[in-house]
Ligand binder design. Structure first.
Ligand code: C5P
Length: 336
């Protein structure tokens, strides 16, 4: 640790799946994916300092409703990330215990990979705290061992994610103004494990046209790849209709979360733009050419919720936020 009085700080961004194709079931029970993912300005904040005791410790605040959440049971990916980082460092360097403070801003179990991003930030923060020099392959090993969505966050921008999540190909950023994103997360739990299970076993969860999501996903990955000219926010937002129907877990999420499909339809009517689902949900999204558009949409949604003219599943009101897609070519103006 270079200076014991200055904690190391990391931001852990949320992610959005613009496309999510489930391309096969693996022997290990996981699924092979083809997904274009983008990091968002909305982020958790982690700080790292040497622990006073002999073990790593975690203190969590926030969690969507602003109340302190001190029970680390649901935030295992941070301690897991530090554990995996320690393994890739080996015995050569001092990997002393760390005290981590996690400020939660990303809704939990929302399809935004907040927990996975915390895990990736924990690996990075721990390695810096220890002054450990670990190459990309080692970091990737630690990330993949922490969770399926964790390796994506090593890319630092849009990326094509394949395999179980461990194969990450960075894609070109979006040029110019960062695209705006509206997020609406109903206050209900949607387990990823359950969504995949329903996808495997319930015929009602089968995608309408098998293979079409993968084609859209491949097309987008190509468009954001090196052979195409860079895409701007306007062009990305104009493709939202394709992305909104390019999530193979959407029907499974509708089956798991009663009322999600109605909310999606109501938002489409209210905002007049395509509404997509991130990951296995329950977060719904809309894309805009800039943050301003997303902020106006968020105000509209909050207004309708307050009036009682928009219903969302869950006993608490949904989390509503306007943020941006972050990519190397378009840093976020400010986090949500
Ligand atoms: O790796 P992670 O803990 O994020 O995954 C949560 C669950 O989602 C896994 O237990 C698995 O059931 C499912 N999953 C999957 N295929 C993936 C990623 C996750 O089946 N590629």
């Amino acid at each position: 640790m270079p200076d014991q009085h200055t904690p190391i700080v990391r931001l852990a961004p949320a992610k959005l799946n613009l496309t999510l194709a489930v391309v096969g079931r693996r022997r290990d029970g996981f699924h092979d994916l083809h997904s274009v993912m983008v990091p968002l300005g909305l982020a958790d904040r982690l700080s790292f300092a040497p622990a006073a005791g002999g073990r790593d410790s975690l203190h969590v605040t926030g969690g969507g409703d602003g109340a302190p959440a001190q029970d680390p049971a649901g935030f295992g990916s941070v301690l897991q990330g530090i554990h995996e980082a320690r393994r890739v460092v080996g015995r050569g360097a001092s990997t002393f215990p760390l005290a981590v403070r996690l400020e939660k801003r990303i809704p939990i179990a929302a399809g935004l990979a907040g927990g996975s991003s915390d895990g990736a930030a924990a690996i990075d923060g721990a390695l810096e705290a220890w002054g450990a020099d670990v190459d990309r392959a080692g970091r990737l090993r630690a990330a993949a061992a922490t969770g399926s969505d964790v390796p994506f966050f090593l890319a630092g921008g849009p990326a094509l994610v394949e395999g179980r999540g461990e194969k990450v190909t960075p894609l070109a950023g979006i040029t110019g103004t960062p695209p705006g994103v509206l997020l609406v997360t109903p206050a209900v739990e949607a387990s990823t494990q359950r969504a995949f299970k329903v996808f495997d076993t319930d015929p009602a969860a089968a995608p309408g046209f098998r293979g079409s999501t993968r084609l859209s996903s491949e097309h987008l990955a190509q468009e954001l790849g090196p052979t195409y000219s860079p895409m701007d926010a306007e062009a990305l937002a104009s493709r939202a209709g394709v992305f909104a129907v390019s999530n193979d877990l959407a029907k499974a999420a509708d089956l798991i979360v009663p009322g999600l499909r109605d909310l999606r339809r109501a938002l489409t009517r209210l905002l007049g733009v395509p509404i997509g689902l991130s990951g296995s949900g329950p977060t719904l999204w809309a894309l805009y050419p800039s943050l301003d558009g997303a902020e106006a949409a968020a105000a509209k949604v909050r207004g309708e919720l307050a009036l009682g003219t928009l219903d969302a599943p869950g006993t608490l009101p949904p989390f509503v936020a306007a943020t941006t897609i972050v990519s190397p070519a378009s840093p976020a103006r400010r986090p949500a």
